[in-house]
Design a protein around this ligand. Structure first.
Ligand SMILES: [Zn+2]
Length: 261
């Protein structure tokens, strides 16, 4: 994989940096990126401003969005119009997201967030643009990247170094085990997964996870049996091989980063 953006002769005709970066990063992505779902060699571009996504796989039909940043992938990423973005998260056609961090004209990091790691609360609304802005009244959104579980961030390129394609494909496949289409259930799963990730040790107990009961109750105020819901998610995560049950309310995290399962 060549990590340098391609030469595009008329790219300097774009006046805004964000447009130039979009053109360069999309051209690079189309040249270099494969489909992480099926391994097909290349992805195809949707027409510009497609409401669905930016790219799709001609073989398996999986869809992808690409967002680029000139700073490391930290807390948040700017997204498009809030209500359209929210509708997309709520729909079954929500795309997978690639986040690209570039430095000058080359790719530093590329991370894939599979679509089923998105829940509506990951998206935050921005203040409407003021009446003297060019797009007055426009309401944008922000993806709270730091609120996505670490298990949902699959490295493709890390610190200017490409990961083995087989590892990426395997990680995507493993992550698909957590694909829950019901958004309420998905919300519970992601929230409990994030709680587990916040526990400092790889060994933990049911009591450790119960420490998050109040926090989870606030987020899911319609549910009055939070501890039962926590146990249900732990069982699901155990069945899918993300945690191990080691007996008497004890668990162990299964390390799945650049995973060798
Ligand atoms: Zn594919």
């Amino acid at each position: 994989m060549n990590l340098i953006f391609p030469e595009i002769p008329d790219v300097n005709n774009y006046r805004s940096t964000s447009q130039r970066i979009r053109v360069l990063s999309e051209a690079w992505f189309k040249n270099e990126m494969y489909c992480p779902a099926c391994g097909y060699d290349s992805l195809l571009k949707f027409p510009n401003n497609s409401r669905l996504a930016d790219f799709y796989c001609g073989k398996c039909g999986e869809v992808y969005e690409l967002k680029s940043k000139g700073t490391p992938l930290g807390k948040s990423i700017l997204d498009g119009a809030y209500y359209a973005a929210l509708e997309r998260i709520n729909s079954s056609t929500n795309p997978n997201l690639f986040v690209l961090h570039y430095c000058q004209n080359s790719v530093e990091d590329l991370t894939l967030v599979p679509k089923h790691f998105f829940t509506p609360d990951i998206l935050k609304i921005r203040r409407a643009l003021s009446s003297n802005a060019r797009r007055s009244g426009y309401i944008g959104s922000i993806i709270m990247y730091s609120d996505i579980p670490e298990r949902g961030k699959i490295a493709v390129i890390e610190s200017h170094s490409e990961l083995d394609k087989d590892i990426v494909l395997n990680n995507y496949k493993l992550s698909s085990r957590l694909n829950v289409s019901n958004l309420n259930l998905r919300g519970w799963l992601m929230d409990v997964l994030k709680c587990i990730e916040r526990l400092p040790n790889s060994d933990f107990t049911l009591e450790d996870v119960y420490l998050f009961t109040d926090e989870l109750a606030l987020k899911h105020s319609d549910n009055h049996n939070v501890t039962a819901k926590i146990r249900q998610q732990l069982q699901f995560l155990r069945d899918k091989g993300f945690i191990k049950f080691t007996g008497r309310g004890k668990y162990e995290k299964v390390i799945i980063r650049n995973y060798e399962q």
